[in-house]
Design a protein around this ligand. Sequence first.
Ligand code: BES
Ligand code: MN
Ligand code: ZN
Length: 489
Amino acid sequence: MRVFVKAGRGDGLQVVAALEGDAKPERFLPVAALRDRELGRLAAGAGFRGAANETVLLPRGPQWVLVVGLGKSKDLSLERLRQFAGTASRAARSRGFRRVVLPVLYDRALGPASGVAQVLVEGALLGLYRYDRFRRLPKHERGKRVDALTIVVGRSSEVGEARRGAEKGQILAESVSFARDLINGPSNVVTPTVLANEARALARRHRLSCTVMPFARLKRLGFGGVVGVAQGSAHPAQFIVLDYRPSRAKRTFALCGKGITFDSGGISLKPAEKMEQMKYDMSGAAAVLGAVQAAARLRLPSRIVGIIAATENLPSGTAQKPGDVLKTLSGKTVEVINTDAEGRLVLADCLQYAKRYKPDCVVDLATLTGACVVALGGEAIGLFTKDEKLAARLNEAGKLTHERVWRLPLWDEYAPLIKSDVADVKNAGGREGGAITAAKFLEEFAGGLPWVHLDIAGTAWVDKDKPYVPKGAVGVGIRLLIQLMERWR
Ligand code: BES
Ligand code: MN
Ligand code: ZN
């Protein structure tokens, strides 16, 4: 997609924003179209009220104008603008337009043109995302694609600033789309080997260093958590380390991602219903790959080490079994109560491995528990840490990106639930507080690290289209991580 930033007027379908209630669309029109009262009358005549994400396409002389509702002015926010841009560009595409023009909107609630341009590009590009690798588009979508987006500002003095924002938005959206492709990809295509190859390709493209340790090596080196999960699978596990290391880096971040390319549950087999969705159990890994890529393209001033354990979780004659005891990379032993609690096993080794980088901050991302889906649903990422400052930072980053987090307790009173009679710890603590006991398990292996765990099980996949998230993979966590890392001081 080509993205342009211009002052005045752009080429393509003109999009106009309108607020609900006070019906003053002219307040937000780009300069060239300012005070177009006729347009307001036409929209109202068509029954348009300006509700959030409402659209109406109107003829205006030789051209078409798409009017998109912004909702009430008191609810105006950058998130509303992402949705506005997603709704507008999708509506434009479905009506066959190839070029879309979005206005930078001015309001105190929205801040400078750079931030507005950024979220407009994010919303438009992410809204237009489609996963079509394995299908012919249905007739009503066929041949329809938007290939140019123009962001229009009011004053030419703002073009430079808006362009910087737009570029950032494009890098973020492309990194998220990259992650979505990996997550939407079926597990027979996106294997652990493919994830490793994607990491290598990123390394070549952005001059990162990449180390991949395949199954045999992991066995030799004592990655007992990964090996336990991987031993039932025909596809060899891959432990992936992707290192973005700018010169004179001020800090080091380690990002750990759960990369289960398919989670059948293993011997503790899951029920068939919705099992096909378990290809998204590598969403944490995809977020790590997307975040490292975005960080490199944005030239963040910190070292960022992505650490990914990629494997399937399948039953077979060589699979691990309930009651098995394994020795993790840390030396701690684990009794495997339930082979479906596999994410924490592979993450235990990732967290241990992260220690060698002496990071200033470690974030792990994982579609870790069904319990988190039950507790928080699809709108909030489960956040676990004992570090108040880190919790506050992520909370702030969550609000700005609308990838919101909600903190759950990591109190030590929960620790007895994962005590084992035969090993140092067991991998399942029963039904009560399932997201919390999973986090307590991880904490055992994060000892001494400034660490936060993000459970993205509920937020990584959507079953219904949203304005800038078509159903399927969300690519959640990338914008959140970049926001966290770039503002660190
Ligand atoms: N990948 C699943 C968690 C999950 C469930 C993610 C639903 C997305 C949607 C994880 O590996 C798992 O199976 N967790 C178990 C743990 C239990 C056996 C202790 C769970 O949540 O049921
Ligand atoms: Mn599982
Ligand atoms: Zn899983």
